[in-house]
Design a protein around this ligand. Structure first.
Ligand code: F6R
Length: 587
């Protein structure tokens, strides 16, 4: 949610480097962008509504400077206007601030600082004014330290003061990573922004600040005391964060599922056994995540029940607080998150920890806040996921959950065998013929405003996930239901030609789902069956391999493609759906 990027170093085209970095962070917010620099003692600013991906890099090439910072926005406070785009400044336009997060006490601070001096409706502008206030009697670093102490809420900020050749960044609650290059430094909301320059990073933790000049100095925000940080090497390749031959990241990431399942299950056996043991030993185990990750937790609930005969409770992280009565030191919370930065998940972790419960996590971004704040974390190894709609991360999360479930009953090798088979079958189906067929189905349903998806047992969470995928990228009103629930109300929504997708596995509930599909068909629904076997009730049959209990992993893939093609055929950009951002770091 909002991308920030700062550069200081040996390159003399810092503004171009920053704009390029922002283009890689655009998935975090894309309603407006801005960049600023100290050009020979003068503040240069360009900020406007629109997409940073449409900015020409060469427009910034001749602006010779080695220090710059910028922002790509996902509006929270204040509408989408040029004035509200970041950076924001103090009255004298000497101090510039870019910010990701929400300052909860901004109104109070604005009153205090004289609201007539403000030129935007954002919460961020108070930070620049506050720093300027303290800068009058303090060096720059102390002024920033004093200012952030007054802030309530969540923030990652980068600050530049004209005439002082350094950048200061601080964090509480929103991600900020420091890339350490050869004689150059990067401050960014996410690693892909600077991956082409360096793979060495320091993660800024909550209540930490970094001063970047000829080197980096880390400080505690509360005490101002220096702190030592560990340099981490990231094993992502720069190309893995690029679109390559694909028109969109979403399609590229769907296709990467040919390899990502195998990477996900390539885990140290001791680590998997450790997690399996912790779940078995716990007295009250909860699975929690948000959105798609939450639906994968739900799939995990089924895997643990069907494979390990162990009951765990799924709760969306935004609802987890309600469960605090049931938490004790023997309880266990397992959280799932692609980004590792989702605010609701972090809050759920705090609730669990406040009751003495342990927290395990499955994350895609190594070193992310959720990974670092967990008692133990498994890395799902899906590689950078840039499209807003989560695809490859979700199947990797399910693969790992299934593996853990088998480890819980001493069948880890069997779990691996099942998943290696799934990986190879996914590799087979993701072929041009399959894609062309799914596109033809998308063509048939793209103009409908409603679509319903049904599934039962382990495919019920997939029906819910299917709805999220279709809603978020194609803006079609899609809803997922447990197949047996239709007759209790939702079937009233079905009219002649309504597209209904039926997820049917070769399992013990197959006939039930077919029966529910027949009920839909009787009301005129146009049935798209996703199943290893055809059935008379299907108007379209999307054939998927039979992989037994792992069926959700293959059933969700045609849905991802369907959502993608519906969006493209409706003339939408699936990588940048309206109103959404990749990493939701606000509550
Ligand atoms: C939907 C989607 C979101 C995320 C959710 C959690 O396609 O991507 O629903 O799953 O915002 O994000 P993470 O997994 O980063 O915690």
């Amino acid at each position: 949610m909002c991308g920030i990027f700062g550069y200081l170093g040996k390159k003399d085209n810092a503004m171009e480097v920053v704009v390029k970095g922002l283009q890689k962070l655009e998935y975090r917010g894309y309603d407006s962008w801005g960049v600023t620099s100290d050009l020979d003692g003068e503040l240069f600013v360009e900020k406007k509504v629109g997409k940073v991906s449409e900015v020409k890099l060469e427009d910034f090439r001749d602006k010779k400077t080695s220090i710059a910072m910028g922002h790509t926005r996902w509006a929270t406070h204040g509408g989408v206007t040029d004035a509200n785009a970041h950076p924001h400044f103090d009255t004298e336009r000497k101090i510039a601030v870019v910010h990701n997060g929400i300052i909860e006490n901004f109104q109070e601070l604005k009153e205090e600082l004289g609201k007539e001096n403000f030129v935007s409706d954002t919460d961020t502008e108070v930070i620049a004014h506050l720093i300027a206030k303290y800068r009058k009697d303090n060096p720059f670093k102390e002024a920033v330290l004093k200012a952030v102490k007054k802030l309530k809420g969540r923030f990652a900020i980068v600050v530049l003061n004209v005439g002082e050749n350094y950048l200061i960044a601080a964090r509480r609650g929103s991600p900020l990573i420091v890339g350490i290059g050869d004689g150059e430094y990067f401050l960014a909301s996410d690693i892909p922004a600077f991956l082409e320059y360096t793979q060495d990073v320091n993660y800024l933790d909550d209540n930490e600040m970094v001063v970047v000049d000829g080197g980096v100095e880390f400080l505690n925000l509360e005490t101002g005391e220096p702190i030592k940080k560990r340099l981490v090497n990231i094993d992502w390749q720069a190309e893995s964060a690029e679109k390559g031959e694909y028109d969109h990241f979403m399609l590229k990431e769907i296709m990467e599922q040919k390899e990502t399942i195998l990477r996900a299950i390539n885990q140290d056996e001791d680590d998997i056994m450790h997690v399996a043991q912790k779940i078995r030993d716990s007295r009250g185990c909860f699975l929690s995540g948000c959105g798609t990750a939450g639906k994968m937790c739900m799939a995990g609930e089924y895997f643990f029940s069907m494979i390990a005969h162990r009951h765990v409770n799924y709760a969306p992280s935004s609802e987890f607080k309600i469960y605090h009565h049931f938490l004790r030191p023997e309880s266990l919370l397992v959280v799932i998150s692609q980004s590792g930065e989702t605010a609701d998940v972090l809050e759920a972790m705090n609730v669990a920890r406040s009751k003495g419960a342990k927290v395990l996590s499955l994350v895609n971004v190594e070193g992310s806040t959720i990974a670092r704040q967990s008692d133990f974390s498994l890395h799902i190894k899906a590689g950078p996921e840039k499209a807003v709609a989560s695809t490859k991360a979700s199947t990797s999360q399910m693969a790992l959950l299934l593996l853990i479930a088998t480890a819980m009953i001493g069948e880890l090798q069997e779990g691996r065998r099942i998943l290696v088979d799934v990986a190879s079958k996914i590799n087979d189906i993701l072929n041009p013929r399959f894609l062309t067929y799914i596109k033809s189905v998308a063509e048939k349903i793209k103009d409908h405003e409603n679509a319903y998806i049904i599934g039962k047992a382990e495919n019920y969470p997939m029906a819910l996930e299917a709805a999220i995928k279709i809603q978020e990228v194609s803006y079609v009103h899609a809803q997922g239901f447990a197949a047996g629930e239709l007759k209790h109300g939702p079937i009233a929504l079905v009219t002649e030609g309504t597209p209904c997708i039926s997820l049917v596995a070769n399992d013990e509930v197959r006939q039930d789902v077919i029966n529910n599909t027949i009920e839909l068909k009787a009301r005129g629904a146009y049935i798209i069956g996703i199943s290893p076997e055809n059935d008379d009730v299907f108007d379209e049959w999307i054939k998927v391999p039979d992989v037994g209990v792992a069926s959700p992993l293959v059933n969700i893939i045609p849905i991802q493609l369907l959502a993608y093609y519906i969006a493209v055929l409706r003339g939408l950009d699936p990588d940048m759906p309206r109103n959404l951002a990749k990493s939701v770091t606000v509550k």
